[in-house]
Design a protein around this ligand. Sequence first.
Ligand code: TXA
Ligand code: MG
Length: 447
Amino acid sequence: METIVSTDTRRAAALLQAGEVVAIPTETVYGLAANALDPGAVEKIFRLKGRPHSDPLIVHVANAERVSPLVAEVPLWAEKLMSLFWPGPLTILLPKSPQVPAIVTAGLNTVAMRCPKHPLTQALLELLPFPLAAPSANPFGRVSPTTPAHVLEYFDGQIPFILDGGPCDTGIESTIIGEENGRLVIYRPGAITKETLEEVLDTKIGYRLHAKDQPQTPGQFPKHYAPKKPLLYGWQDPPLERSASIVLFESEIDPTDHPYVHTLAPSGSIEEAASRFYQVLHACEKDPTEYILFQEVPQEGLGLAIHDRLRRAHHPSVFTIGHSNHPWELFLDLLRYYEIGAILDLRRKPASAIAPHFNQGILQKALSAEGIVYDWQPMPNRVLFSLEKLMNRVPRVALLCAEADPTKCHRYKESDELTEKGFAVFHIYPDYSLRLHKAELSLPFGE
Ligand code: TXA
Ligand code: MG
C-alpha cells in the first residue's frame, strides 16, 4: 500500500467513508483516525497500533452540537468547558449513548469526547457525517508523533493517507477530565492545566493518574510514551556522557561541549518545551547514542504534563560501581556526578583492607552525612527485593562491588538478570566512564 501525504481533506474524507484509517493532524499530536461508529474500521486502528482492546479511544467531533447523539447527558460543568475550550486540547469523559460502539470505549460506560483545533481536521470533520475515533498515531507504547514524517516512520505502507497539517503547535496530548463520585478529576495532565480548569469552574479538581504514583519498578510501570533506548529522567544536572543523548530544559551547557545535547526550551518557556517535547525524543532516538539522560522539568502548569510523560518513559536504572581503588573524595564526586541516591552494598564481607573508608560502619556514616542511603545485601537472591525497596525512595541506586572494575566482579551475572527484568544497568568503569550493560535492552514494558 502506498501512503499518500497530502492536504486534500476531500480525499481523506472519502477514505474514511470507505472504512479506512487515515492519520490526521491536531493541535496536540497526530491521530490515527477511523469512523467511530463503524466497529470494523475502529478495529483496524487497534491492529495497526498493537493496542490492547482494554484501552479506550477518544472520539473527535467538529463542534459541541455533535456531542449530544453520542452521550447520555451533558452536565453543566462539561457544557461550560466545551464553550470555553473547544475547539482545543481538552478531552471530556461523559456517559455514553448506545450509538457509540463498545470497541471504542473498551466496554466502559463513558466516552472520551474531544473537539480538535487544527483547521484541516476541523474541515475534515465538517465534511463527514460521523465522528472520528483517534488515538495518537504511534505504535502502542512508543513516542507520540508531532509531524507527518514521524507518522510515516511508524506507518509507511500500512495506512493509505496522512493528512498533512505540518508540525503540531501544542505538542503534548489533550488534558482528560471527567467526573467521579460527584467530583471532577483529571485522568491525564495535558495541554490545559489543572489550575486553569479550577479557575474557570471555581472548584477543586483532583488527579487520578493511574499508576503514576506507583513505585517505579519494572512490570508495574505503565507502558507509555517510551523511546526505544533507555531514558533516565530526573537529573538536576545530567552528566555529559559521550554515549548519551542529553536533554536539557533550558540551555545552560555550551552545546559544543557535547555532540548530542538537545535543549527543550531555548527561550525557557514551558509552552515551547511542550511543543518540542516529542520532536526532541524522536531526535534522541535517531542520535547514534545508547541512552538518553533527561533533565528534570519544572513541575508546574504545563510542566506537569511533560513530567507525567517522562515518568512513564523513564527506565529504572541501576549503576554498578567497584570500590577498591577509589579514594574517598573521588568516590563521593562520582556519586554526586551520577546523582546516586542510594548504595546497595553487595560485598559478602563489607570491609576493605586496602581502603578502610570502605569498611561498612565508616562507609555508612559517611554516606549518610551526604544524604545517600546505604543498604547491604550479600545474598544474590535478595538483590532484586532490596533494589526495588531503594528505588521507591530514590531514582538512582548504585550496586557496590568489591572489585575496582564492576565487570570483573563475581556478581557480574546479576547484571544480566536485572537487564532481563527491565532495568537499565550501567557500569561505572575505573576510568569513571559509564557504559550500558547491554545496548539491546529489553523494554520493561514488553513492547
Ligand atoms: O491529544 C490527544 O488527546 C490525542 C489526539 C490525537 O487527539 N489523542 C490521544 O489519544 O492522546 P490516545 O489514545 O493516545 O490517548 C487516549 C487516552 C488513553 O490513555 C485512554 O485510556 C484514555 O484516553 N481514555 C479514552 N477513553 C476513556 C474513557 N472512557 N475513560 C477513561 N480513559 C479514557
Ligand atoms: Mg497515545
